[in-house]
Design a protein around this ligand. Sequence first.
Ligand code: EPZ
Length: 433
Amino acid sequence: MDRIAITGGQTLHGEIPISGAKNSAIKLMAASLLTDEPLRLTNIPRLADTRFLAQLLRRLGVVVTEWQEGAEQITVLHAAEITSAFAPYDLVRQMRASFNVLGPLVARTGHAKVSLPGGCSIGARPVDLHLKALEALGAHIDLHEGYVYAQAARGLKGAEIEFPFVSVGATEHAMLAAVLAKGTTVLKNAAREPEMDDLAQCLNAMGAKVEGAGTSVITITGVPKLHGATHAVIPDRIEMGTYAIAAAMAGGEVRLTRARPELIGAVTDKLIEAGVSVTPTDDGVIVGRDPNVRLKAVNIETAPYPGFPTDCQAQFMALMTTARGESLFKETIFENRFMHAPELNRLGAVIAVAGGEAVVLGVDKLRGAPVMATDLRASVSLVIAGLAAEGRTVVNRVYHLDRGFERLEEKLSACGAKIERLKGGEGEEEEAA
Ligand code: EPZ
């Protein structure tokens, strides 16, 4: 199994281009099921998660073609005919968001059988809100042997759906299903993450009528048919936040390009509060930090957008391990998202976790060690810690990083980080871990 080795202590100087947003790309790809014409998406990141979804879509009959034109990555998805409305466990379990094919399949074909995704390392992650939304739209839902059987032989009907709490996935799923429903759907207490607006813009380019995406009330007027379109995926705000935190951890000056910093203000505000300089540019930001001056400890509480994103909590915790003072972290979205804390402690951090809170007492220095993590953002937090740790840090289970960070080692080493991928085999470090 591959590992990533980092020799800490190098400041970062250079430029990092930000890729397309993973969490938007996978919902946009699912939208291709809604039309028999080609959907052309640019800026789809080449990641394990987008590959998993392409594999599932091909099984359903979608012809997926990918190529590169200069710096532009192009993906065309053509669902001329849905040849199967069955998403098997083996494919859905590899990437939970594959579950979002359920709504578009029912909307287009009137039926679907899709595996329940199950939990994951950060929490139980039920899909009850997704299923309630589809039921409200008139789908008949049965659960049997780990599968959802959904039927809407005469099509879906518009409905008013009020979510009891904010869910990114359920909001997107309801949007994907309601665009082809008869009548009007109103989603209340909808998620406001920028990915909602990206999905709505793509659906509207395909002929849908979605209004209010990005606010807590989304109105969808159903149309009988959608057509092909071209759409560019928004830049990945979490990737931008991650590299901004990495530059802050290592020190130096890094220009993040092809980015939309206004979508990640909650993270840049906290960086500034901690003493990092963040200067806006035409297409991103410059993040700078004097490595000889210690940052100030700040408190973090995760919240739905526009609050501090749970997907940057682990990375910011890594940054706070060497800050001056004590930081309090409150995780309010997922019930088990501090798995990185004991691993950061192996590098010399002092973090105490109790329930949904963690207290980080800043130390002078981290020291490299073999570590591992059980999810994508936790894994990258260990890479960030490794950039500043004295000596060598080896991060095991690199497949987590490959799910969500495009060319991570290449982007960081271009700025002077000493980072390399160790291919296969079981090294000394892995045994020690
Ligand atoms: C999306 O997950 C993202 N994933 C997550 O990113 C992100 O952390 C999360 O939104 C919050 O921003 C994708 O977009 C693929 P939710 P999602 O529905 O849609 C509970 C990453 O690292 N809930 O907003 O699954 C749920 O358990 C990933 O890129 C229900 O109880 O998140 C959680 O506690 C990790 N029932 C809360 O709501 C439901 O039916 C918010 O989850 C749905 C959700």
